[in-house]
Design a protein around this ligand. Structure first.
Ligand code: AKB
Length: 316
């Protein structure tokens, strides 16, 4: 029997691309996309789609039983910037959805889980450069707290209940198909759109704010790689550090100017600057490299080429 996959949060930035990629690998009928609403019609119309409320155990269970789901990718979450505006909503969504999926696996309704963590697990007391896999973690955002606590629960469910849950700490993810929503790293997507449509971007982070980032194709490859890795190769059952590129708003603007000479950037840091200032500049992902052969394919130059080419077509 083919593996049946459910993606919760399939209308979002990463969930949508994961849906397309998993369907190309497993076939349309074996990958069920779901979300709380029909907010992304490209996803809704691309195959089987179900309305699932990630905060409602019964809603997820109904879908799992209807489609005989084996594996869940839980991509629904409230990100760092929105989480600071709605702390209790962020806590409720991010934690209850994780518990529901972990408990479905504990009760043997499903056999495997992917749950993304984030560089937001780190905080102001964490070493900022080449942040190691195991280090000080005192996150100061609600989102970061939910991800750190979530990691502890993932490891707990693996140790105590043998739940096969796999996770990685995504950096900021850059893509052209679906916009991100509510994150601190979102500027690195918006800047490409504005470069093409307006020739100008006002950055909400200061010019020297360096953060770990990754092109979507690498993030999707990493996700599929960790899910395909033999269980005995995975030494981390909380969440793996993952890295590709680190850059500042100034670096990305200079790269764009190689394609669009008169592109201008100005800087007006807002509350998201305070969040970014607590996160690492770069990440040491040597454990992921060793355990499941992780290596990224996109650097800033290659990513900028692809972003501007694809968005150029979109806005033509
Ligand atoms: C955010 O900015 O909140 C996210 C993340 C780094 O997890 N993109």
């Amino acid at each position: 029997m083919a593996e049946k996959i459910l993606i919760i949060g399939a209308c979002g930035q990463i969930g949508s691309e994961l849906t397309y990629k998993l369907r190309s690998i497993h076939g349309n009928d074996n990958v069920i996309a779901s979300d709380i609403n029909y907010s992304n019609l490209d996803v809704v119309n691309s195959g089987i789609f179900e309305i699932v409320d990630a905060q409602d155990y019964g809603s997820i269970l109904l879908c799992v039983e209807k489609h005989r789901i084996d594996t869940i990718y839980l991509m629904a979450a409230m990100l760092s910037a929105t989480g600071e505006k709605y702390p209790m909503k962020a806590w409720d969504l991010n934690m209850s959805s994780l518990f529901h999926v972990l408990n479905l696996a504990k009760a043997k309704f499903i056999s495997k889980i992917f749950w993304p963590s984030s560089i937001a697990v780190y905080g102001p007391t964490t070493p900022k450069d080449h942040t190691p896999q195991h280090t000080i973690m005192e996150p100061s955002t609600v989102y970061g707290i939910t991800k750190q606590v979530g990691e502890r629960w993932c490891e707990y469910y693996f140790d105590k209940y043998d739940v096969d849950v796999r996770s990685m700490r995504y950096p900021g993810i850059i893509s052209w198909k679906t916009m991100p929503g509510g994150g601190t790293t979102d500027y690195a997507v918006e800047i490409y759109h504005k470069a093409i449509t307006d020739g100008h971007y006002e950055s909400f982070l200061s010019e020297e704010t360096e953060l770990p980032m990754m092109f979507m194709d690498d993030a999707i490859d990493a996700t599929i790689q960790i899910m395909n890795a033999p269980a005995e190769q995975l030494s981390i059952r909380s969440s793996y550090n993952l890295a590709a590129i680190s850059f500042t708003p100034k670096d990305i603007a200079e790269e764009i100017q190689k394609h669009i000479q008169d592109f201008k950037i100005t800087y007006k840091p807002d509350f998201r600057q305070d969040i970014a200032d607590t996160w690492p500049r770069s990440i040491d992902d040597s454990v992921a490299q060793k355990d499941w052969n992780w290596t990224p394919k996109f650097d800033l130059t290659k990513m900028t080429d692809e972003m501007l080419t694809e968005l150029g077509k979109k806005y033509a």
